[in-house]
Design a protein around this ligand. Structure first.
Ligand code: SAM
Length: 292
């Protein structure tokens, strides 16, 4: 079926995929997504299949598909999704469905499978998650044909009385044109069984945000360049923020910060030199940067 309105509700998740895989989603929403935005000749892709719901739906619909995940050795933050698709088909994707972790709400690596992987989006706090999720979104965008569509299914969360709107975060960061927002009511989620005290509004929905890749956009800079720029900004803003707060920042901290991006220590040293000169900072023998 196609989506008939912007609100959907699937009381049973259906028979697709592994229903024991934590945080798995209903196959109905994947089926409706493919049938609304695709056609029988579409090539559909899911870079984070989890318990395989997407693969089972795609097989049943008889469409060409590529499905992978960190637990299959594919890392959406460092490996090109376009190259992964190209291993199987000679064309880019028509549709991508992405159901990322909801930040660290459920941990995957080291919990559902294998050892803890620092590139696992579920191992990141909300702020870091936001930075890395953008890299993932651009990777997905690169893997799409012009006019192709991608959907991101995500829920929101509350912690210590604060509401974290992860779907709004995705909407702000995602490249392309937003074409639909599908609200999916949740059934039998963990919070249903928790005892709440006070007037807390229970979160009972997730959102599927749907974006289209526009033909006329300027080509995306290669992933490597994007990551390098991101790492550089991180170094500069960390120095700036520490000095503003009159705190010292150690060179070694800066190395550790950008190490996951594969950013070289020599490049950090160059940025530090520039910042020290430009902002009239000083650096101690112990390699701490500070305002003299
Ligand atoms: C919410 S689950 C997906 C559930 C799936 N839709 C299902 O129905 O079973 C999120 C998945 O994202 C994967 N993931 C986390 N970080 C990743 C990364 N860097 N690259 C690829 N997949 C990642 C996790 O391994 C996990 O399986």
């Amino acid at each position: 079926m196609c989506f008939k309105s912007s609100i959907v509700s699937y009381p049973d998740r259906g028979h697709w995929g592994n229903n024991k895989y934590r945080g798995n989603c209903s196959g109905h929403i994947i089926k409706d997504f493919i049938q609304t935005y695709g056609n029988p000749n579409s090539l559909v892709v899911d870079p984070s299949i989890g318990g395989g719901t997407f693969m089972d739906v795609a097989k049943e619909l008889g469409v060409a598909y590529v499905g992978t995940d960190l637990h299959q050795g594919f890392n959406l933050l460092t490996d090109s999704l376009a190259d992964e698709v190209a291993k199987h088909y000679q064309t880019k994707a028509n549709l991508v469905f992405w159901h990322p972790p909801y930040a660290d709400m459920i941990k995957y690596s080291g919990n559902m499978y294998g050892e803890v992987n620092p590139y696992d989006l579920s191992q990141m706090g909300i702020e870091t998650f936001g930075q890395f999720v953008q890299v993932a979104l651009f990777n997905i965008y690169d893997a799409l044909q012009d006019g192709g569509v991608y959907g991101v299914l995500i829920g929101n969360m509350r912690r210590k009385g604060r509401y974290y709107n992860l779907s709004s975060m995705i909407e702000r960061l995602a490249p392309g044109v937003l074409i639909d927002e599908i609200i999916k009511t949740q059934h039998n989620n963990v919070s249903d069984s928790r005892q709440y005290t006070g007037n807390i509004v229970r979160i009972m929905h997730e959102k599927l945000l749907v974006f289209r890749k526009e033909k006329s956009v300027t080509p995306i800079a290669p992933m490597r360049k994007r990551l390098e720029k991101h790492a550089e900004n991180l170094v500069r803003s960390t120095i700036y923020a520490s000095c503003l707060g009159r705190k010292r920042v150690e060179l070694i901290q800066l190395y550790a910060l950008v190490e996951p991006f594969g950013y070289m220590q020599e490049d950090v040293n160059i940025i530090v030199d520039e910042e020290v000169k430009a902002r009239r900072l000083a650096i101690t023998n112990q390699q701490q940067i500070y305002i003299p």
